[in-house]
Design a protein around this ligand. Sequence first.
Ligand code: UGA
Length: 441
Amino acid sequence: MYKIAVAGTGYVGLVAGVCFAEVGHQVTCVDIDEKKVDLMKSGVSPIYEAGLEELMQMNYAAGRIEYTTDYKQAYRDADAIFIGVGTPEQPDGSANLSYIATVARQIAENIEKDCLVVVKSTVPVGTNDKVEQFIQDFLVNDVKVEVASNPEFLAQGSAVHDTLYAERIIIGTESKWAEGLLKKIYEPFHLPIVAVNRRSAEMIKYASNDFLALKISYMNDIANLCELVGADIQDVARGMSFDERIGSKFLNAGIGYGGSCFPKDTKALEYIAKQNGYELKTVKAAIDVNKDQKTLLYKKASKRLITFNGLKVAVLGLTFKPGTDDLREAPSLDNVPLLLEQGADIYAYDPVGAENFAKLYPQGKNGKGSITYVGNVEEALEEANVCFVFTEWGEIKAVTPADYKKLMRTPLVFDGRNLYGVYVMGEAGVEYHSVGRQTSA
Ligand code: UGA
């Protein structure tokens, strides 16, 4: 078993750290935020993620994981240091690498034995070469240090499962020593390992995320055409999915991909291409389609209604997907401000995301409109003039066509997640607009 330090306790770092402890390694998670460290020590996860807290508590009690702000202590005698800090998007689409650089310097100034530095954060191709050089430049003690790339493929909402039962582990190294050590660290997971060079590993991460983003944008593009020619995107997707070359996953049309990864990683790869004098036309198309798709429901509703002014508007779902409290790039953030600008009185429901949303849009009057956060779907729908579905939470899927008809003043629903059958909604007396399908009148 190895002594592992993990820098950064966001989704990537914390989940990796906890899973390394779970398979028996001795782990120290480092974060600069003292409050967060105290919280984690008390067994509370700073992020909402199924199963994570239980594993944190069990491994903490077993003495396999600790949390600290003291990076000097944590890095000094680690066999491997995993970096999982953020690489946020900058205005030009490039990735901000300042957090990685800070950690790299701290590592260089504090390690006292040979050490493998493993970058888990998503970074532009070639970054790990630079990180290695940077560490060498600032190295204080006479020790061997190498940098490896080990991109992360977990999805929010299923992060622990995705890590413990990953479909593949990608390791990008430049020496047999680094490759061997990483393979040993991952041995207890019993998962397929793909060993490549560092730049290929960095590229695999972007190419995978951007391919999935492209797949979604392609389906959204086809969905918009389906509406115009009288086809049904769900039937079309089902028909396509039997072809194993296409597969059945990530074929759901909707109101665009959100979250902290696809939007950022598509723009980052487009930027990398541009820097290298190349235009990545497919990825650019995915970005363009997604931008338009985000406000699809608002555009549809604006065509149907003369005004939103003074209307009670039910908003069901605020987060970018179910199973997370994350609002980053969520379609709700594109549509709610437009509705408020038009004077809508919004009644919003989300099982976990409302608190975060209220930080951005506090309860009460907001511009020409207002926003009220409610604790259940019924309160949102009661006497509403129109309803928008932005996230497919279980609690929202459980609403029946008859509920819309019974609770709303006018049963008019704009669904960005295609949760209901068009015919069923029509039969129940609901005017139902969705994505890539016909409208029930
Ligand atoms: C994504 C990838 O799925 C992970 O493999 C990757 O590790 C992660 O990014 C990352 O780079 O860290 P995540 O952003 O958590 O994970 O969420 P996804 O479940 O992939 O969903 C992203 C967006 O696509 C959501 O807004 C979702 O609603 C949308 N989506 C997904 C669709 O519109 N249609 C689909 O068929 C699938």
